[in-house]
Design a protein around this ligand. Structure first.
Ligand code: ATP
Ligand code: MG
Length: 363
């Protein structure tokens, strides 16, 4: 799929912006603070309903303005779509997909597929488990709506349960209420665990292949979903979930939060048999992270039959020649938006220069 055009109004440091993109590699260059990442952020927002760098939507409204607007036209295999978004400086957000109001994130996610590469993503291996879970959630949610819905419900119930657990000893009949939440956690949690496990299994195949290629066949990468749950099918998982929640009940009440479930899981990363999260060198970490992101792109293509739009924020300068070539090889086959400070226009299908909230198409 590809983005045909992007229009911004009072978004971050842009009063107005009107751009068209080409197939292949679109390079956005400019000095630090010029507004390069802001462009990628607006695209990411239109895909995932939220920004990759803030949870406060109103931060994206230009200082002093009342509302920000983002409008994207995209072309997929069989049809065109428009996504129009309006964010008010009180945080209210309105979204139209093909002219129809979008009430929940689930109705938007999946229309425009993106894979975001940023310096932060390149640190995935040494980050906390929550960042690796987010990596799974962002990839899977775009590919499978049922996953996103189950995850949202799970998180909502978890929040309610944790609120209850905070004052567990003060509340009468707390066990009855916890049982109600636990049944729902098991219901949605089983779906989350099952889908994540399958996803990481498939991801492992693609990522380890990419890793082998980048490392010149010297290193063996193995990814697996790290969870205490062992049951195989969704039904068996649900039963296991119920049992484990019951066993954890007293501990949860003492600690004041729910200690078991996919919100505590992780991706295990083995490199030549050792735990990469602890032992991978900086170069190895980057190769692993890059391989995982490339795996995400590959899975997206398998699942949907289309390439997602790749958003490469300032990552080329961090990679050495070999890794850069592998990434650019993939980037050329999809539509890619690349930001950089140095002019890296070689082989670009479109060159855009950004300075101080203004963009100029050079070719
Ligand atoms: N709500 C806002 N209103 C106006 N300007 C904003 C707003 N939010 C951020 N900015 C400005 O946007 C600029 C940062 O834009 P952006 O992060 O896209 O820069 P960049 O080109 O990616 O820079 P770098 O190369 O350092 O990553 C800063 O100058 C910042 O002050
Ligand atoms: Mg930037």
């Amino acid at each position: 799929m590809k983005i045909i055009s992007l229009k911004l109004e009072n978004f971050r440091n842009y009063e107005t912006l009107d751009l068209t993109f080409k197939d292949g590699v679109n390079v956005i260059s400019g000095k630090n603070g010029a507004g390069k990442t802001n462009i990628l952020e607006s695209v990411y927002l239109s895909s995932l309903f939220g920004s990759p760098r803030t949870t406060k939507d109103k931060e994206m409204v230009r200082f002093g303005a009342e509302k920000a607007r983002v409008k994207l036209t995209i072309e997929k295999k069989f049809r065109r779509h428009t996504i129009a978004m309006q964010i008010e400086n009180n945080g209210k957000k309105k979204v139209l997909a093909d002219g129809i109001p979008v009430k929940r994130a689930a109705e938007l996610i999946g229309i425009l597929g993106v894979v975001f590469f940023s310096p932060d993503e390149m640190k995935l291996v040494k980050e906390t488990p929550s960042e690796r879970r987010k990596f799974l959630d962002v990839g899977l949610s775009q590919q499978q709506k049922t996953y996103f819905i189950a995850l949202s419900r799970y998180n909502k119930v978890l929040k309610q349960k944790n609120n209850l657990l905070k004052d567990a000893y003060k509340t009468n009949g707390v066990d009855d209420m916890l049982s109600v939440w636990d049944a729902q956690l098991a219901e949605y949690g089983a779906i989350v665990v099952e889908k994540r496990r399958k996803y990481v299994e498939a991801l492992n195949e693609l990522a380890s292949e990419a890793h082998k290629k980048i490392s010149g066949g010297k290193e063996e990468l193995r990814l697996s979903y790290e969870t205490p749950f062992t049951a195989e099918s969704e039904d068996a998982l649900r039963a296991e979930f119920c049992d484990r929640l019951e066993q954890a009940r007293e501990k949860d009440k003492q600690l004041g939060f729910s200690t078991i479930g996919p919100h505590r899981d992780d991706i295990s990363i083995e490199i030549n048999g050792a735990d990469g999260r602890k032992f991978a060198s900086q170069g190895q970490q980057r190769t692993i992270a890059l391989s995982m992101k490339l795996g995400e792109v590959g899975l997206f293509e398998k699942e949907s039959g289309e390439s997602p739009v790749l958003l490469l924020d300032d990552v080329l300068s961090e990679l050495d020649e070999g890794r850069r070539e592998v990434l650019l090889g993939i980037a050329k086959k999809a539509q890619t938006l690349i930001t950089c400070t140095e002019f890296e226009g070689e082989g670009a299908d479109r060159m855009i220069a950004v300075s101080d909230g203004k963009a100029e198409v050079l070719r």
